[in-house]
Structure formats: structure tokens, C-alpha cells
Design a protein around this ligand. Structure first.
Ligand SMILES: *Cc1c(COP(=O)(O)O)cnc(C)c1O
Length: 400
């Protein structure tokens, strides 16, 4: 047997063909749209962003009752959502420790204190049964994260939030396509935040969207996203006469440009096609890895999973290597990968809140064992085979 490259064997892929993790699928349509925008001389926030917002709100909710506001990132979306709900210093916001630091950073930027609630090991999502223990007079909101694209238990979360009068802001950075039961993610909580970062299921390079059914909140978010101005820069010029625009609040600079929206319009049109491609890769991986020392979760048959991240949860009891050694070994086969995530409470910036190792055992369990492998719709069959051969070679070699 050819040993792993890290042990002196031949790598599965050549170095020149390193398989980059999270490759976006960019086609001629969006390239031409970007060029068209550049030639139109209107590259800031304007007609294409408006069009992207309209298309996105229809995609999330064809009934037309959901407002969508485009912003510069999901981090900005989370921050604006907290601001629109008047969350401030002295407040507490509950969230999961198993997320990207942006989720908790947004809470910190609002002035509130992030309170972590451990996850369920099966779903990787916040465990709704642990939420109530963490609620006190200062608690104002919950930010559930639909991890990897698997919806959180929203019935339980919405029930708790209504009983304690809390707001719900969903971090749907992974979950553009996801549905909870029959409800599209983006139509459930008070506000929902999406990410269009380079590696996400829909990308505009950088970008985000906030959806809400509440007109007052939608207006507030829009106002706060552009300096707190009464009218945005585009309507100022499109109207017949000159219009002053005045700051009504101290807003932020979180608008999305037409250059970015040019990508989004076409990415959105292929969202279902690309989901189908990732669903196919997901199935191939599941059957290829079923006998390896990895821990599988039960399939979620009730909800629609957006298949954002395919995670291997290494069964360390059956392996002679750590997760980090596995990452090195996979890299040496010239396969890129990711770690989602080192739990937020273990990052140095969060030590000041007094969190320590052992506080959230389930998030830490996953954090020590998780590896995300390539799942981009750009993967061809030979790429998929290379991933499978590399993972199989390494895990078989180091199996106890
Ligand atoms: C990517 C991501 C974010 C941040 O998104 P940006 O658009 O990069 O700001 C927030 N939360 C989660 C769970 C993410 O994966």
C-alpha cells in the first residue's frame, strides 16, 4: 500500500493541482454583468443591488411578505440586526460556541455580552433544552446558527423566545437554501442574516443580506446600513429634483455595491442547480467513508439541509493521530480542507469573559475532531475521487 505522503509516499494529487477548499463557481454570466456595471459608470449601491434584493426576497418568500436588505457582509448584517433591536451595553445575547467568531464579535460590537449555550453533538446546533437555564433579566436575544446548513430546532427556539420576550436573529451564513419543516430559513426569526463570502453557497466575494417580515425593522436596518441617512444615495440622483439627505441616526457604512450585486444576481439563479451538485457529492462521500473511523450523524429527514459543509468527525479513539496531524497529512496529499470551528469561547479574545476549556464539552468534542473537506459544485469526478482516496489512505494507515 502506498503510505501517506507525509510518511514518504506519493501524494494523491500533484502539488501544481492543489485542490483549494471552498472554490466558488463563477460563470460568464456574472463576469459579463460585472463588466456591464463597470461600463454603466454606476458602481456603488444602485439599480443592481435593488434588483438583487428583490430577487433574493422573492427567493426566500415568494408570497412577497419578506423584506431583504443587502449589506457588505453577514458580520455587518448581524451587527445591524442587534442595533435595529436596540440591544446595547448591559444586555446579554445567547448563542452557540460552535460558530465563526463573527457571530459573537457582532454581539460584542453591539455592547452586549455573548452568553454561550452548548450544542447538541448530533446536530452541531445550539441545544434548545439548555437555553432556558441561561436566561435572566438581562437576556434580550438569541442568535441560533444553522450549522453547516442543518436548521436549528426553530419551533423550540421560537417558543422560548415568545415566553421570555426575547428576539431571535438567525445566523444563516451556511443556510441560504435551508428549510425548517416547510418554512424557508429567512422567514422565521425576527431577522435573518445571510453571508455571500467567497466560500459560501452563494458568493458576491464579500456581501450579506438581512431578511425580515417586519416593515419597521426592515426600514430601520436600511437606514442604519448607510450612515443613518433618510434616503439612500441612489434615490437622491434618480428623483427628478435635487434632494438633501439627512442623518436621522448614527448609522454605519454597511451598504453593498452594484459590483458585488452583479455577481449575486446570477449566483442566485443557479442556487438550486448547485445544491443538487453538492447533494450528489455528499451522497458519494457518505458511502465512501462509511467504514472509516469517523463519527456519522443521523440524517435530518424533516428539514432541507443546504449542504454547505461536509464534515468528517474523526473517531480519535480509533486513530493514532490527532485531528491537526490529519490536517497536515491531507495537505501533503495536496487536498485543501477547513476547520469549522475552534469553539469561540476558546479564542484568546473571549478569555476575558471567564470562559475556559471544559465549559462546553460538546462544542469542544466537535472542535477537536472536525475536518471540512471540499464540497464545491466545481468539483469534478476526478477531484471527488482524489479527496476520497486521500482521506481513505490516511485514515486506514493511522487506524489503531
Ligand atoms: C461566514 C460566516 C459569518 C460571517 O460572514 P461574513 O459575510 O464573512 O461576514 C458569520 N457566521 C457564520 C456561521 C459564518 O460561517
Amino acid at each position: 500500500m502506498n503510505p501517506p505522503a507525509i510518511e514518504g509516499g506519493t501524494p494523491v494529487r500533484r502539488k501544481e493541482d492543489f485542490l483549494v477548499f471552498g472554490q466558488p463557481e463563477i460563470r460568464e454570466d456574472e463576469i459579463n454583468e460585472v463588466i456591464d456595471t463597470l461600463k454603466s459608470k454606476w458602481i456603488g449601491t444602485g439599480p443592481k443591488t435593488l434588483k438583487f434584493e428583490e430577487l433574493f426576497s422573492k427567493y426566500i418568500d415568494p408570497s412577497g411578505r419578506t423584506y431583504a436588505t443587502a449589506v457588505s457582509s453577514c458580520t455587518a448584517a448581524l451587527h445591524l440586526s442587534l442595533k435595529a433591536l436596540d440591544i446595547e451595553v448591559g444586555d446579554e445575547v445567547l448563542t452557540t460556541p460552535l460558530s465563526f467568531v463573527a457571530t459573537a464579535n457582532a454581539i460584542v460590537h453591539s455592547g452586549a455580552k455573548p452568553i454561550f449555550v452548548d450544542i447538541d453533538r448530533e446536530t452541531f446546533n445550539i441545544n434548545p433544552n439548555l437555553i432556558e437555564n441561561n436566561i435572566n433579566e438581562s437576556t434580550k436575544a438569541i442568535i441560533p446558527v444553522h450549522f453547516a446548513g442543518r436548521p436549528c430546532e426553530m419551533d423550540k427556539i421560537m417558543d422560548i423566545s415568545s415566553r421570555y420576550n426575547l428576539k431571535v436573529i438567525e445566523d444563516a451564513a451556511h443556510a441560504i437554501e435551508s428549510k425548517y419543516k416547510s418554512k424557508k430559513i429567512g422567514t422565521i426569526g425576527d431577522l435573518t442574516c445571510f453571508s455571500f463570502y467567497a466560500t459560501k453557497n452563494l458568493t458576491t466575494a464579500e456581501g450579506g443580506m438581512i431578511t425580515t417580515k417586519n416593515k419597521t425593522l426592515a426600514d430601520k436596518v436600511r437606514n442604519l446600513s448607510l450612515h443613518g441617512l433618510s434616503a439612500d444615495a441612489w434615490s437622491r440622483y434618480s428623483d427628478l429634483g435635487y434632494k438633501h439627505y439627512l442623518a436621522t441616526t448614527h448609522g454605519f457604512k454597511y451598504n453593498l455595491t452594484d459590483l458585488h450585486s452583479s455577481l449575486g444576481i446570477h449566483q442566485l439563479s443557479r442556487i438550486n442547480e448547485n445544491l443538487k451538485k453538492r447533494e450528489r457529492i455528499w451522497k458519494i462521500y457518505n458511502s465512501a467513508f462509511k467504514d472509516l473511523p469517523v463519527i456519522f450523524s443521523k440524517e435530518d429527514l424533516e428539514n432541507l439541509h443546504s449542504r454547505h459543509l461536509y464534515k468528517l468527525i474523526l473517531n480519535l479513539d480509533e486513530l493514532r493521530i490527532t485531528r491537526d496531524q490529519f490536517l497536515d497529512a491531507l495537505h501533503r496529499e495536496n487536498i485543501g480542507c477547513g476547520v469549522h470551528y475552534i469553539p469561540i469561547h476558546l479564542h484568546p479574545a473571549y478569555q476575558k469573559y471567564g470562559y475556559k476549556t471544559g465549559d462546553f464539552p460538546n462544542a469542544e468534542f466537535i472542535g477537536e475532531r472536525t475536518v471540512s473537506i471540499p464540497l464545491s459544485p466545481t468539483l469534478r469526478d476526478n477531484d471527488i475521487n482524489d479527496v476520497i482516496n486521500s482521506v481513505t489512505k490516511i485514515l486506514s494507515y493511522y487506524r489503531r
